[in-house]
Design a protein around this ligand. Structure first.
Ligand SMILES: NC(=O)c1ccc[n+]([C@@H]2O[C@H](COP(=O)([O-])OP(=O)(O)OC[C@H]3O[C@@H](n4cnc5c(N)ncnc54)[C@H](OP(=O)(O)O)[C@@H]3O)[C@@H](O)[C@H]2O)c1
Length: 254
């Protein structure tokens, strides 16, 4: 039997990069995937591609920075499938030069708010509305997508570091509070992963420099993150919760 046979999985921000790879691998392993994007047309195109796996996927327009939009997502999914087994909080604020390269004190509160509203509060909004459903089911699996600066700190991208660090706290708290309902919550902390919003934005010298930071001397592929994510939500990891799993080719080590 496929690893995620008949599971219903919401993957936020699944139209490109890492989220798209996760949506594909979940579908390939039997899950009915809810593909979300701020553009319904793009999400529909992805669902059309996923139909080749023979699962019942769904496209929904969702902006995780808006509570009403998340409410609509959850209601529509429950109306259609009557359950939610897996939530992947992947949606991330686009990597903006201003937010990546500015010093802490030169950004204003609105700048911080923009990133936090998607990466942190977006994940909280989804968890808040989906956990009551998972509690009733006595079954659920949540993965928060974070990054290695959340562990080590970094001298760039302060709004991202703050948002992604808070996800580690969110993960631990939810794992502790809801473990008794058979809900597992884990974090994936990513290093340099070759998505169009990261790798393609850099010049060749910077691409090589960042690739060489890792023990494996290269960037990771989105599908390598997706394969780890698949394993974590599967029964192969049934006794793992509250953890941060680092996927960075051996850059940060404990
Ligand atoms: N790539 C890396 O090296 C790396 C490293 C560490 C962590 N990460 C994290 O991994 C995740 C995916 O990264 P990626 O590189 O694949 O990024 P990406 O290619 O830019 O994809 C981001 C996704 O988030 C969605 N999104 C953005 N704002 C949204 C909002 N307000 N509501 C709902 N969806 C929204 C986008 O969907 P639409 O535009 O279609 O709405 C898109 O599908 C992010 O959380 C990122 O921070 C990536």
């Amino acid at each position: 039997m496929a690893l995620l046979s008949d599971k219903v999985a919401i993957v936020t921000g699944s139209t490109k990069g890492i989220g798209l790879s996760i949506a594909k691998i979940f579908s390939k392993h039997g899950a009915n995937v809810v593909v979300t994007s701020r553009s319904l047309d793009i999400a529909k195109n992805i669902v059309e591609d996923l139909s080749s796996y023979g699962t019942d996927s769904m496209a929904l327009k969702t902006d995780v920075s808006k509570t009403d939009s998340v409410t609509n997502l959850v209601k529509t999914v429950i109306d259609h499938y009557d359950k939610i087994d897996i939530l992947i909080n992947n949606a991330g604020y686009p990597l903006k030069n201003k937010y990546w390269n500015s010093s802490f004190e030169s950004l204003n509160i609105d700048d911080y708010q923009h990133v936090l509203d998607v990466d942190l509060l977006g994940s909280i909004r989804c968890c808040m509305q989906i956990i009551p459903i998972m509690k009733k089911q006595k079954n659920g699996n949540i993965v928060n997508i974070s990054s290695t600066p959340a562990i080590t700190g970094y001298d760039k991208g302060i709004p991202y570091t703050i948002a992604k660090s808070s996800l580690l706290g969110l993960t631990k708290h939810l794992a502790l509070e809801y473990g008794k309902f058979n809900i597992r919550v884990n974090t994936l902390a990513l290093g340099n992963i070759k998505s169009s919003s990261t790798f393609d934005q850099l010049d060749k010298i910077e691409q090589e420099k960042l690739g060489n930071e890792s023990s494996l001397r290269r960037w990771g592929e989105p599908k390598e993150v997706a394969k780890t994510c698949l394993m974590i939500v599967s029964d192969n990891f049934s006794f793992v919760t509250g953890q941060t799993i680092i996927i960075d080719g051996g850059t940060v080590m404990f």
